[in-house]
Design a protein around this ligand. Structure first.
Ligand code: S3P
Length: 463
């Protein structure tokens, strides 16, 4: 075991994999509340750390990824304190005020921490080294190195090169001050790349412009405006978004309530739909249109999910989701909806494996560069437990069972390989609930990166 101290949170990380078998449990019933949104939590810490004065955050996700962001912002000068569960206070250094970190910034498993923090460092006169775990060290950083180089930052990375898909951690970057404002058209639909450029633009003189042909999650834009940045979004008739940020911004401290994470709710949405007799209420789920794709796809498959008590929390639309066991039907998923459910495909594939008929997905090349190659990992995992899956370059085609449980693990099978990917582990846990024999995953440790209470909530619903 190793322990990391993040203020008064002690995170105990087992050094050896933690396998676990997820068995069929019977109907899931009850009311749960999922932890705070991971994307919003990262941004809340980062922007609070750049505002002068005290910001208060409630509902913060205390997963390892967000704790890595908090530790990095602390290493660059911000004062960040945990008051009680999910309630944090941050005293920022002001835009332009980040300090040289003494040690490498350890990013763990978190691509969002890495890419957004690279954006922040890019326009400060500091040099920082980013390191990560085996999964993160395989992921492409060229997609942020490219625009940040245009702004004046310099990089030295493993597997350097000039393609957006090269450049790996460990990586050292030297920020530029003053940085150069750019107009950048995103070559991949990526909220992380968009956010990296906008965050670099905060401390850059002039106007930084990001052109986004395909809309991605807009939490950075919403929160930058909320902190008082001069940011405008123009939407062309074809849907292209042009985001302009006036640099050398002054951010004002805020009180932020982080809504529940739709990407965490996703596992319980699918579990409730595929486990016979289930009836659950998931409270306080973010329903931002740039994140809500799974809700619409599951409903199109015949899923009984109702969004009730629609309201606004922390500048984001939120609802409670009432989910009941349903007979699902396979569909062709329109690739245009992919960015609004990019992290939810692994668990959608599980729903598809229990539906009647065929579900076809395409346009999902990006899934190959997430915490694992999620197309390959899910195809292999689902086939191992009896599902009928065909993998193509950019998607999976799945012929469902029509509601009959999957076979699950056979005697002598090795556990499902999760490749240090939290969402593969949780998706296959959900598959285990709708199987005859249960499913054993090789390692549950990565679940703590985004959803530390996942197993506890599952146990509570099946009690
Ligand atoms: C995120 C953006 C998405 C998503 C990730 C979180 C963010 O990544 O997969 O889990 O918070 O901006 P990409 O921007 O690479 O698509």
């Amino acid at each position: 075991m190793t322990t990391n101290m993040y203020e008064n949170i002690v995170v105990t990380i087992a050094e050896t994999p933690r396998p676990r078998r997820f068995r069929p449990t019977g109907a899931l019933k009850g009311t749960i509340r999922v932890p705070g949104d991971k994307s919003i939590s990262h941004r809340a810490i980062m922007l609070s750390a750049l505002a002068v004065g005290e910001s208060r955050i409630t509902g913060l996700l205390e997963g390892e990824d967000v704790l890595a962001t908090a530790a990095a912002m602390r290493a660059m000068g911000a004062t960040i304190e945990r008051m009680t569960d999910g309630e944090w206070r941050v005293h920022g250094v002001g835009v332009g005020g980040l300090l040289q970190p003494d040690e490498p910034l350890e990013m763990g498993n978190s691509g969002t921490s890495t890419r957004l923090l690279m954006g922040l460092v890019a326009s400060h006169a500091i040099t920082a080294t980013f390191t990560g775990d085996a999964s993160l060290s395989k992921r492409p950083m060229g997609r942020v190195i490219d625009p940040l180089s245009l702004m004046g930052a310099a990089f030295d990375s493993a597997e350097g090169g000039d393609s957006a898909e090269s450049g790996r951690l460990p990586l050292t970057m030297r920020g530029a001050s003053p940085a150069v404002p750019i107009t950048y058209t995103l070559p991949v639909a990526s909220a992380q790349v968009k956010s990296a450029v906008l965050l670099a633009g905060l401390n850059t003189p002039g106007i930084t412009t990001v052109i986004e042909p395909v809309p991605t999650r807009d939490h950075s834009e919403r929160m930058l405006k909320g902190f008082g940045a001069d940011l405008t979004v123009e939407i062309a008739p074809d849907g292209t978004r042009t985001i302009r940020l006036v640099g050398e911004a002054e951010l004002r401290p805020q009180t932020i309530e982080v809504p529940g994470d739709p990407s965490s709710a996703a596992f319980f949405m699918v579990a409730g739909l595929i486990v016979p007799g289930s009836d659950i209420l998931i409270e306080n789920v973010g329903m931002n249109a740039t994140r809500a794709g799974l809700y619409y796809v599951l409903r199109a498959m015949g899923g009984r999910i109702e969004a009730v008590n629609l309201r606004e929390v922390g500048g984001e639309p939120v609802a409670d989701l009432h989910v009941q066991h349903s007979a699902l039907t396979g569909i062709d998923v329109d690739p245009a909806i992919a960015p609004s459910m990019i992290d939810e495909f692994p668990v959608l594939f599980v729903a598809a494996a229990l539906a009647s008929g065929t579900t076809r997905t395409s346009g999902l090349e990006e899934l190959r560069v997430k915490e694992s190659d999620r197309l390959s990992a899910m195809a292999t995992a689902l086939k191992a437990i009896g599902a009928i899956v065909t993998e193509s370059d950019d998607g999976l085609t799945i012929v469902g069972t029509g509601g009959e449980p999957l076979e699950g693990a056979k005697v002598g099978d090795s556990p499902i390989v999760t490749h240090l990917d939290h969402r593969i582990a949780m998706s296959m846990a959900v598959a285990g609930l709708a199987s005859y024999n249960g499913v054993e995953v090789d390692d549950t440790r990565p679940i703590a990166t985004s959803f530390p209470v996942f197993v506890a909530l599952l146990d509570g619903l099946s009690a």
